[in-house]
Design a protein around this ligand. Structure first.
Ligand SMILES: [Zn+2]
Length: 100
């Protein structure tokens, strides 16, 4: 699986399968995700993940057959509030950073 955006076979959607905790933390830090939880004002978050790493959610479209969005999610440690971020936005940010 080509993970280099310069590779002709590169697929940003496939790249989402290999996102690491460190990459997500870098993205969230750059985007100001230290802002407190909207519900309880806590500032500690967990990645939605399993033993293999971050888990991306596949959100099916209501009005399009086979269309979906992919999102990475963090969960407030205190109240469980979920924050979703579009996977494509994260991959674009990571790719742009890698090019610098
Ligand atoms: Zn909270």
């Amino acid at each position: 699986m080509p993970l280099d955006p310069q590779d002709v076979d590169y697929d940003p959607l496939e790249r989402m399968r290999y996102v690491t905790f460190k990459e997500l933390d870098d993205f969230y830090d750059a985007m100001g995700t230290e802002h407190p939880c909207e519900n309880c004002n806590a500032q500690e978050w967990n990645h939605v993940c399993d033993s293999e790493g971050p888990v991306a959610l596949k959100i099916p479209a209501f009005n399009r057959e086979d269309a979906y969005a992919v999102a990475f999610v963090i969960s407030c440690k205190i109240c469980g509030n979920l924050r979703q971020t579009n996977g494509g936005t994260i991959i674009k940010w990571l790719d742009d950073r890698a090019e610098k």
